[in-house]
Design a protein around this ligand. Structure first.
Ligand code: PHE
Length: 463
């Protein structure tokens, strides 16, 4: 058996090899270990089947109120016999001398035929010696004695008497060695030093992807800010992705190099008749071109999540609302360190009678603060569907430069009016991977999709 033992175990084993059946307290004494060390050592040895622990109950006896009185003054029946042993005495006198114990003393002495009464006098018949019960009273005294060590016959007599004896039960454990441990020899064993630099196996527990963590965190922030999530399909008619957002049909963003069109797929139903008529009128009036419904029917992989929020607003026309949409979007761009053909966006709108640009920037600042980005500024920009339009810039401490994040603005009347939305709508949206890159300090967005186990395992859960 080649086993390595801890110093604590070795000490316990050595002591038990000399003397078995020791309580933990005795082991503490003999090993000079602390109570806690002994307790742990016993458990370790028990697991290794080196030590055997027997648990037993010990009943201890001490004297109760009446027992202590009898210990100090003598047993009541003995005191009675003492009073009458030389000559008979009047009952009334005995009563006076013995007080409250007179009754029990008389009862016992009579029952045992130690006394007899003639008229109102009591005289002795027999004075037993040794006096029953006296021995154990002395034995226990003011201390505690294990029940096993007491004469059982005498004990049963005193146990019956009220408040003479108190029984307390305690559990003890006694430790001994198993057969094969009795011959263990540590005299020539190795030193007990622990190698703290020894290689330990690495444990890789299952975990969520860092990008998923970021998505969950963003979703959580908007929910906490009182927003409700709305959902929609990845494939959308151009109508909702572009036309409803006042993006002219000849806008460069619609061109093939930016948008994935679903080849040959054309939506039969793109909206209700009024929505289609009013959106087309809005385009004709402002952009002055021939609006083609067939162009609006073309199915695309959504290029942004704004199609989901605008459709939700058109269908519900809320006077007050806070909603967000989150999910994949697709852009036919060359993949690079900062562009992917599919990525995730978070998109939000706030509808309310007094909603203004200042509120919009306030919400952005709050969101960025919660995601851990504090150095933020706003920059004017252009989107076909918002006026004014802004771009958030966030300072990347590591790169020492400002990077673009969310786009935002207030939806133009040309967008809201045709769809029957009458209250101002604050809208914003942007890429989630961008935020995750900042959080995880990545310079290349492709890193999220490389499935590099080394990086995935090292990416910390908290920044
Ligand atoms: N849709 C824009 C984008 O994809 C973001 C945006 C959303 C801008 C809402 C303004 C309003 O970048």
């Amino acid at each position: 058996m080649s086993q390595v033992f801890h110093e604590i175990e070795k000490k316990i084993i050595s002591v038990l090899q000399k003397e078995s059946n020791l309580t933990p307290e005795k082991l503490e004494n003999l090993t000079q270990l602390s109570a806690d060390q002994v307790r742990r050592g016993i458990e370790w040895l028990r697991l290794k089947e080196i030590a055997i622990v027997n648990e037993s109950k010990i009943v201890n006896i001490s004297l109760g109120k009446n027992g202590l009185e009898a210990y100090e003054k003598g047993l009541p029946e003995k005191r009675l016999l003492d009073l009458v042993k030389n000559k008979p005495k009047q009952i009334s006198e005995l009563q006076k001398q013995l007080g409250s114990v007179f009754g029990p003393a008389m009862g016992l002495a009579k029952k045992n035929n130690w006394i007899q009464s003639k008229g109102n006098k009591i005289s002795i018949i027999k004075f037993p010696s040794p006096f029953p019960g006296e021995k154990i009273l002395k034995q226990i005294g003011s201390g505690t004695v294990s029940k096993n060590e007491i004469d059982q016959k005498e004990l049963s007599v005193l146990l019956k008497r009220p408040e003479f004896l108190i029984e307390t039960t305690t559990k003890t454990r006694e430790v001994s060695l198993s057969e094969n441990a009795k011959t263990l020899d540590f005299s020539k064993s190795e030193s007990g030093a622990i190698d703290v630099e020894a290689k330990a196996p690495e444990v890789h527990v299952a975990r969520t992807h860092p990008l998923k963590d970021t998505i969950d965190e963003i979703r959580e922030i908007f929910v906490t800010l009182g927003f409700t999530e709305v959902f929609g399909n990845l494939a959308q008619p151009s109508f909702w992705n572009f036309d409803a957002l006042f993006t002219p049909q000849d806008h460069p963003a619609r061109e093939l190099q930016d948008t994935f069109y679903l080849d040959g797929l054309s939506a039969k139903q793109i909206g209700n008749a009024e929505q289609i008529r009013k959106v087309s009128e809005s385009h004709k009036k402002s952009w002055r071109y021939y609006w083609d419904i067939n162009e609006a029917r073309k199915m695309v992989l959504r290029t942004h999540t704004t199609c989901i929020t605008i459709k939700h607003l058109a269908e519900n026309k809320p006077d007050v609302a806070r909603v967000f949409s989150l999910g994949r979007v697709f852009r036919n761009e060359k993949v690079s360190y900062k562009h992917l053909v599919e990525f995730n966006q978070i998109e939000g709108v706030v509808v309310g009678p007094g909603a203004n640009l200042r509120n919009l920037m306030g919400i952005q600042r709050e969101f960025y603060k919660r995601i851990g980005l504090n150095k933020v500024k706003f920059w004017p920009t252009f989107f076909p569907y918002t006026e004014p339009s802004l771009q958030t810039m966030v300072y990347n401490e590591r790169l020492g430069k400002w990077v673009e994040l969310f786009g935002m603005g207030i939806f133009r009347q040309e967008v809201t009016k045709p769809l029957g939305i009458n209250k101002p709508v604050l809208a914003w949206g942007g890429g989630i991977e961008r935020i995750a890159m900042l959080k995880y300090g990545l310079d290349d967005v492709r890193e999220f999709y490389n499935n590099d186990l080394g990086w995935l395992r090292s990416a910390t859960k908290c920044q």
